[in-house]
Design a binder for this molecule. Structure first.
Ligand code: ATP
Ligand code: MG
Length: 688
């Protein structure tokens, strides 16, 4: 190797492949276009997607400024952006949501034409309020139907037929809903407004009908990548096809077993039948699971099988871990307290709070968990809390509180009345909450969610009053915004994550606590037909497969909704686990400290088995050893391992880029920067 100089692009491309398995490497380097990667949870789909982008850029096959990486929520797009940045793609890869990109393209078009843009209707309620007056429907019910129809490219005229074709349980006769849908569209047109779905439709229409607009957008984004493609709906697919034009430079990744937005119009058959859409496409499967222990994967597969969802075999790359635990508690309050205790037990010097998450099916369950964690002094953040703040009913309620200006205790009864009066929705039998953060920026999931969100607001207000009995309504609103948006404010703070199953998609934590695993919540009570129940089973599968080392499942025999206690049963999908735990109580459960040590060892073994150090990192180590020897200090005292890894990932090319790496600082950069940047420029020379 002495004297050998490998061009840096080749070397960097090599860095991008060295810790992938054979199938992953094939997926990253395949010349096929289009390409679909279909694989189970934790198999490295997002890793492959981001590596493929970086690999194509590094190997000169794609220009970073012409790449568009798409996903479905702002949070997921942010994470994709972070992962790409960590791979050193600092220049110009665009990552966004369908809505975000469409809106940007439309805005620039309107600006070019010198036309004032139409008003973006961020809350349908503003228009729907008058449309539903005098009808038995609530705003949220009608909004849910309209959004479902629009996601499926169905206008008012086609609504009745589409709803009956999909065997949709409509909250009023379909013809009546179609009339209201028509009135909504007319009112919007009259007021020159567009809603979120219109952005996608308008952008697709422009691309289809205006060749120069289409050519400009297709030139701007020539290489298209989509993560979580199982969640695409027909409206988004139409836009994607319009962006693609005649090019085949499209790569999608996804897992049909994680399709959880069917209620909102998404259709996983576009992923499963990708070859029907694109007969020339290559479809690559990934088979390993690098995230979860075999115990966790076994329990998650059992849920799919139990719900009649055909399962795929998956090779667990992780070593054995502790059995999945299932605990019954007398009440929901006991359950929350027990979770707080379990979280504290699992915290240790090498296990930060952020290694754990509590996941729940509905927003309404979050209040109890935050209360228990707060009482135990455990730092926590609610993921997607800012999405809750985007919900129209929540914003309306907060506006009301802000206007009242008095003590919160005095306004609480008004808030409680608002929650109690909110319709339960769609004939759902119990006010058990069913919300989630919605899908995309304008998501809405019906009246039951409205009720659950308002109940959550009441719980949070009660919670806040316990902490600060003299608080004002305005003080509560500021506190709430700060609490729910804590992720955005300081995402580096070490904290336990609390999230709904939906908001946890794509993420992972060493220890996951699943709470409220009861029939009525899992599956949610309003999931009646086979398709809805299958979607609920997939949702539980998504939640379970977020866990890396340890999965703890809990449920309560009694849960209180809106002040009324109700008896609960374990979810039918975990009865097998319950039976096994009963008949084999001697299965090792061990104190957490034992598990922690063993799992830390497993992690190290897996890392050693699956990755050799990257050439860039090896070069940085060689540089550090050499410099430390010269300075007569320990290598780690010069610059620690984590920082070195981050530098290898980001590959800065200037002092400014080096200083921008968290933990680097100007003083250290001034001291070691020149040598370090030289080592990055000529890694092979330094290695030899
Ligand atoms: P999901 O379906 O839940 O979105 P995914 O298929 O996108 O999962 P990733 O998030 O990309 O999976 O990867 C899961 C975990 O496995 C990550 O921590 C990732 O870094 C790790 N991983 C993936 N491939 C490998 C590999 N070849 N060697 C070691 N770890 C890997
Ligand atoms: Mg993923």
């Amino acid at each position: 190797m002495v004297g050998a100089r490998i061009p840096s692009a080749t070397l960097a491309a090599d860095d991008l492949l060295h810790d992938l398995d054979d199938a992953q490497r094939r997926a990253v380097t395949s010349p096929a276009r289009p390409l679909a990667i279909l694989a189970p949870a934790g198999s490295g789909k997002t890793r492959v997607l981001t590596r493929r982008i970086a690999w194509r850029v590094e190997s000169g096959d794609a220009d970073a400024s012409h790449v568009l990486a798409l996903t479905f929520t702002r949070k997921a797009a942010g994470e994709l952006r972070d992962r790409l940045r960590a791979l050193g793609l600092r220049h110009g890869v665009a990552a966004g949501t369908f809505h975000g990109v469409a809106f940007a393209q439309l805005r620039s078009r309107w600006a070019d034409e010198g036309r004032p843009p139409p008003t973006l209707l961020t809350r349908k309620a503003r228009v729907l309020g008058s449309v539903v007056t005098g009808t038995p429907l609530s705003v949220a019910q009608l909004a849910g139907e309209i959004e479902w129809a629009k996601a499926r490219l169905v206008g008012p005229d086609g609504y009745a037929e589409a709803a009956s074709g999909a065997r949709r349980r409509t909250p009023a006769p379909a013809a009546r809903i179609a009339d209201l849908y028509r009135a909504y569209e007319e009112e919007k047109r009259r007021a020159r407004m567009v809603d979120f779905d219109d952005l996608l439709r308008l952008c697709t229409h422009l691309l289809d009908t205006d060749p120069s607009f289409a050519a400009a957008q297709r030139w701007r984004f020539q290489h298209l990548f989509v993560d979580e493609f199982q969640d695409v709906n027909p409206l988004q697919l139409a836009l994607l096809e319009a962006w693609r034009g005649t090019s085949y430079d499209l790569c999608v990744v996804g897992d049909p077993h994680q399709a959880i937005y069917g209620w909102n119009g998404a259709d996983a058959s576009f992923l499963e039948g990708f070859r029907r859409l694109h007969p020339s496409a290559e479809v690559i499967a990934l088979e390993g699971n690098y995230r979860s222990t075999p115990q966790i994967l076994g329990a998650a597969s059992e849920v799919l099988r139990g719900a009649g969802v055909s399962d795929r075999s998956v090779r667990a790359a992780r070593l054995d871990g502790p059995p999945v635990r299932l605990e019954r508690h007398a009440t929901d309050r006991d359950e929350a307290v027990a979770i707080a205790r379990a979280i504290r037990d699992r915290r240790g010097p090498r296990a930060p709070w952020s290694a754990q998450a509590v996941l729940v099916r509905t927003h309404a369950q979050i209040g109890l968990v935050t209360e228990a964690l707060r009482a135990s002094g455990i730092p926590h953040r609610v993921r997607g809390g800012d999405t809750l703040l985007d919900r129209r009913e929540v914003r309306d309620a907060l506006d009301l509180l802000k206007r009242s200006r008095g003590p919160l205790a005095a306004s609480l009864p008004d808030l409680e009345a608002l929650a109690a009066e909110a319709p339960v929705g769609g004939g759902a039998p119990a006010p058990d909450g069913s919300g989630d953060a919605g899908h995309g920026d304008g998501g809405d999931d019906g009246a039951a969610a409205t009720r659950a969100n308002l109940e959550l607001l009441v719980q949070l207000a009660q919670d806040h009053l316990r902490l600060d009995p003299g608080s004002t309504s305005v003080g509560f609103v500021s506190w709430l915004v700060a609490t729910l948006q804590s992720e955005g404010v300081d995402h580096r703070r070490d904290a336990v994550t609390i999230a709904t199953f939906h908001a946890a998609k794509g993420l992972e934590w060493p220890v996951v606590h699943l709470a409220g695993l009861e029939d009525g919540l899992v599956p949610i009570s309003h999931a009646r037909n086979h398709a809805q129940r299958a979607e609920e089973a997939r949702l539980l599968y998504v939640a379970m497969t977020r866990a890396e080392d340890e999965l703890r499942c809990t449920w309560a025999a009694q849960r209180t909704f809106g002040g009324k206690p109700s008896e609960r049963r374990l979810t039918p999908w975990l009865t097998g686990l319950a039976d096994r735990q009963r008949t084999r109580p001697s299965e090792p459960t061990g104190p957490p400290a034992d598990w922690r040590a063993r799992l830390a060892e497993q992690r190290a073994q897996l890392a050693a088995a699956s990755s050799t150090p990257s050439p860039t990192l090896a070069a940085l180590h060689a540089w550090r050893d050499e410099s430390a020897r010269a300075a007569r200090v320990e290598p780690a005292a010069l610059i620690d391992d984590r920082l070195l890894e981050m530098i290898a990932e980001r590959r800065p090319t200037s002092h400014d880029e080096l200083t921008a790496i968290p933990g680097m600082g100007r003083v250290l950069a001034a001291r070691v920067g020149d040598g370090l940047l030289a080592a990055l420029r000529h890694p092979v020379g330094d290695l030899s």
